[in-house]
Design a protein around this ligand. Sequence first.
Ligand code: AMP
Length: 176
Amino acid sequence: MNLKERITQSIRTVPDFPKPGIMFKDITPLLKDVKLSKEITEALAEYWSPHKLDAIVGIESRGFIWGNSLAQLLSIPFVPIRKIGKLPAETLNFKYDLEYGSAEVEIHKDGIERGKRVLVHDDLLATGGTAIAAAELINMSGGEVAGFSFLVELGFLNGSKELTRYASNIHSLVTY
Ligand code: AMP
């Protein structure tokens, strides 16, 4: 089996979580398979290493897992984007609409230096709203969005279409 097949086989689909109608893609079984988890980081690094990145932002909370491993492998800084109220120092904030209600995320004001090329990383791309919020925070920080990286893309939701406004390079290891 190749890497994509092994990832797909390890991801656990949990129906109706966190609410009816959602097929939740649970990546926690991948974390128990140390070899696979390491190979995922290496595959991400192989793809992104030619792209001259200066930093990676990871989106709370599953974006921290391989986002930080990838940053370590590429020897570049990792910067967390968190839900409102979690970061202790001064922040930049971005509010966005969800299907029901809204959400707000933030980044430390000194997280990204002006002019730096920054990769957005998360475990999964669905509608794209969360990744767009991350891209907006990078732009507000004076950085440049260099691309988007996901383990999983739910292709039928067309989220990547929305992201092309920020960067043309959108990479997912597996697509459903
Ligand atoms: P979106 O903003 O719609 O692209 O949603 C992406 C964010 O929500 C990511 O941080 C995902 O971890 C989470 N998410 C959305 N849908 C799912 C799903 N079906 N399974 C697992 N995580 C999901």
